[in-house]
Design a protein around this ligand. Structure first.
Ligand code: HEC
Length: 158
């Protein structure tokens, strides 16, 4: 190969590498992060497609909790959940651990924004790190997982 050709080939390879590393410009970063974090922290129990398992964790797909107010979702992920709970007409009496101690406000916000987009009707109301921070502060002295009746009674915070 001639030196000019060699240079041309190197430049093309370099361009391909740069395009690959910079990713697709159309995908919002928050969604990528949410997808990845959901796969790492939630899908082992709820499955990648949010369908849950037959006798194990309930589905997130079309769950009234996923479609419902963000305060419930934030509290469940921050502090954990304790049955009984009804999801899509089925009763579950299990436990979900708390993620507040291991995930940051921003990480919880990305996961929940992704989960609502993936498993409920599209929402243009993202859950932000500020939203999560408000509930984290309020839960600082809380002990024990939430129950469904407690969640329903707990107020929305400003
Ligand atoms: C170790 C297993 C496990 C992991 C990991 C887990 N969950 Fe859960 N989750 C459960 C169980 C079990 C329940 C139902 C608890 C009950 O019976 O009250 C539940 C309930 C829920 C609910 C309310 C019920 C429903 O189906 O809509 C939501 C929302 C939820 N989880 C979201 C998440 C998100 C988001 C993550 C990742 C941060 C996550 N879960 C990680 C086990 C898990």
């Amino acid at each position: 190969m001639s030196p000019t050709r060699k240079t041309a080939v190197s430049i093309i390879l370099l361009l391909l590498l740069v395009t690959h590393l910079s990713g697709s410009p159309e995908t919002p970063a928050i969604q990528d992060e949410g997808t990845l974090l959901f796969a790492n922290y939630c899908s082992a129990c709820h499955q990648v497609d949010g369908s849950g398992t037959e006798d194990g964790p309930p589905p997130l797909a079309n769950s009234p909790w996923i479609k419902g107010p963000k305060r419930h979702l934030i509290r469940i992920v921050l502090d954990g959940l304790h049955g009984p709970i009804i999801v899509n007409e089925k009763l579950y009496d299990l436990e979900m651990p708390s993620f507040g101690p291991i995930l940051s406000d921003a990480q919880i916000a990305s996961i929940l924004t992704y989960a609502r987009q993936a498993f409920a009707e599209p929402h243009d109301d993202p859950i932000t790190a500020q939203d999560v921070a408000i509930y984290r502060t309020a839960s600082a002295t809380r002990e024990g997982y939430w129950t469904a009746p407690e969640l329903r009674d707990a107020p929305e915070l400003p």
